[in-house]
Design a protein around this ligand. Structure first.
Ligand SMILES: C[S@@+](CC[C@H](N)C(=O)[O-])C[C@H]1O[C@@H](n2cnc3c(N)ncnc32)[C@H](O)[C@@H]1O
Length: 346
């Protein structure tokens, strides 16, 4: 049994708890944005937990530390003085990864620490045969993390973003969010899934990659995005139907034919939608038409107040708000809404 810690999107700890419970994984500590857990899953499966931003094998943990740079240095000093560290590193290094660097993070930001302390720790790591310090192009990272909740961690990163996987287009959702939205919809192999605002396709591609399904439809209105979306879908190797269309009038989609709508509609930040209120009203009316009786809607919304007003004032008889999660997306406030049909209206 090994102990890992993973970082995740702030505000989604309840979802992370459910995700790990489903896999029989024992949680040792759950903070808002970080979880420590024990697991004997092989590391390649741990790496495949797309709900997490990053995952690390835990070597040492600390508590009751003031969240400042001094305490971060204290962590590095304590780790360096640990007699067992060299052995721990030697037995836990991933095979074939030897070009390392040490990263120090305080409350989610990288902070510089004393060069002397780093050199001490680097020299201990360098005692493991084959290891080389490589700050520019490491394939192995040791992380010292200190959280505002006064917990500190030292570990080896087990999630490695390969360059092409890490690249995102402007406005493209992070895989972790798309995973969370899909997970919340309670995926079922018989699902007919629709993302009517598909953009670059992060949601449909992640839904297809992580859960079984019957059909996935991705709708996008912009021509230039449609061609990129088609390329991305092709590269994913998944069966996803891409349609150029208007999410507010989905003429090609039959009444009551969709099980799950999972989407990230425009946020209205750049005035790309002149009247957000009207826009939300039209989209919810269209969702009402195409969604099956037991259907589920999971939406990521930036303009929370406007959306909630419309929902409360015009759709309480039609949709019931089952869950709301306040989160941050690239530092911007947003919320995930899970809607189901109002019971009386089924
Ligand atoms: C917030 S972005 C979605 C980004 C997407 N989740 C991704 O990861 O790339 C909203 C998308 O909806 C598209 N869009 C806006 N109005 C639309 C409409 N009426 N019908 C279909 N797509 C629309 C925009 O072109 C944009 O690509």
């Amino acid at each position: 049994m090994k102990t890992y810690f993973s970082t995740f999107i702030t505000g989604t700890q309840e979802i992370v708890k459910e995700f790990l419970a489903k896999r029989g994984v024992k949680i040792k500590l759950l903070l808002d944005g970080l979880v420590v857990y024990e697991s004997d899953y092989p590391e390649r499966e741990i790496r495949n937990f797309h709900i997490f931003n990053n995952t690390y094998l835990l070597l040492r943990s600390f508590s009751n530390l003031a969240p400042d740079a001094k305490s971060l240095e204290k962590i590095l000093a304590m780790v360096s003085h640990d007699k067992n560290l060299q052995h721990q590193i030697a037995i836990n290094l991933p095979s074939r990864k030897r070009n390392f660097k040490i990263v120090s993070s305080l409350e989610n930001s990288m902070v510089p620490v004393s060069r002397e302390l780093l050199q001490k720790l680097e020299s201990i790591i360098l005692r493991t045969p084959g290891t080389r310090l490589n700050i520019q192009k490491p394939d192995l990272e040791f992380w010292a993390l200190l959280r505002r909740e006064r917990y500190g961690f030292f570990g080896i990163r087990v999630t490695y973003p390969f360059r092409h996987e890490n690249y995102r287009e402007k406005g493209e959702l992070r895989k972790e969010i798309s995973y969370i939205l899909s997970f919340l919809s309670k995926p079922n192999p018989k699902d007919v899934v629709l993302d009517p605002f598909a953009g670059y396709g992060s949601i449909p591609i992640e839904r297809a990659a992580s859960f079984p399904y019957k059909e996935i439809i991705a709708v996008e209105k912009e021509d230039d995005l449609i061609s990129k979306l088609k390329q991305k879908v092709k590269a994913s190797g998944k069966k996803i139907e891409v349609i150029r269309g208007n999410a507010l009038a989905l003429s090609g989609i039959q009444n009551k034919s969709i099980d799950k709508i999972i989407s990230d509609p425009p946020w209205g930040e750049y005035k790309e939608v002149p009247d957000l209120e009207k826009f939300y009203e039209s989209l919810l009316l269209e969702f009402d038409r195409i969604l099956k009786k037991e259907g589920v809607i999971v939406l990521l919304i930036g303009a929370k107040d406007i959306f909630e007003n419309i929902l409360q004032n015009k759709f309480t008889n039609i949709f019931q708000l089952q869950k709301k999660y306040d989160i941050l997306v690239s530092g911007k406030k947003a919320a995930i809404y899970k809607l189901v049909r109002n019971y009386e209206n089924k």
